[in-house]
Design a binder for this molecule. Sequence first.
Ligand code: GLA
Length: 392
Amino acid sequence: MKPDLFKQFQTIFDSTEMPRLFFAPGRINLIGEHTDYNGGHVFPASISFGTYALAHKRGDQKLRFFSQNFAHTGIIECDLSHLAYNEARDWANFPIGMIKFMHASGYSISAGMDILFYGDIPNGAGLSSSASIEMVTGVLLEGLFDLAIDRVRMIQLGQQVENNYIGVNSGIMDQFAIGKGKKDHAILLNCQTLDYQYAPILLEDHVIMIINTNKRRTLAGSKYNERRAQCEQALRDLQQELSIESLGDVTKEQFEQHKHLIQDETNQRRAKHAVYENQRTLEALHQLQQGHVDVFGQLMNESHLSLQLDYEVTGIELDTIVHAAWQQPGVIGARMTGAGFGGCAIALVEKDQVENFKNIVHTIYRQKTGNEATFYTAAIGDGARELTEGVL
Ligand code: GLA
């Protein structure tokens, strides 16, 4: 965290008060991609990068927001009684949406606030900076107003903000991973029932590398909603003969027997990914629990190929990085993570091979695309919370 944030808070908001400090991480997804809105399983983990929020209550109804990451927009102001979406409020729509939805759901937000945000998640990298700002707003409201809110409820409200306020039809994975994250653990989540379990990620000789294509990806303008609609159509087709509620209910065998019901060939491939990826995710957890990290890695590779060929959400940047990663010594698995269409890939890389891995993958990527890749080592951290110690 930037050490001078407290001072900056006082300068920006012309205040002498000490604000409280909250944090929500970003996330990576180890496997289970584009399965959440299909009623399947996901296996994400929260990371140590995230969004910090410093906040205090005001004596009036005014809300003032400032982000170190978007300093050029200055202080964005509104009033507790005017929380409708407003394009001019730019990035502040994320926290404003959260305030509106929490308040409308009966969690009384009785006073205005000054809030300073600072995030170290690479923006637009597919590591869920938007869910992170929603969830940090959720925990700061919980803290400042002593709200008795169940964490899963907060997560659901975060998703509703994304769907009904921002206008992106995303699933629940990001808010869940961020709201429920646990240090050194990934979360196997059944997105239909919201049952979940933690699984320790203790890789010993390997690290999780995050490789940013630096190709920015925006969900709203992307093909994300189109993929979702294609899966919904495929589900309707299958429901002619199968009594299922989502593609997450379908086994591979059932799919192969009934796929002819899906009229459109493209939709058939989309559904195939959703069904197989869901099964792969369950298998991946099983293999991890048996200590078979190699098999886990192979399942990650299969996941990428399915996202590349059947779901078609990868693109030249992610494919170049992932295919190059597969060729390097010490790599047990690599795949895109998140929505795709740019953003980040992840790879499990042997510790001793990390420098070599970075050099070669970077060179190949630059030669093929003309772009620079950025490499980070992922640390799996805790979920959204108030920070009380050791932060200055
Ligand atoms: C984005 C969405 C998630 C999920 C992933 C793909 O991150 O926000 O809900 O659908 O894409 O797995």
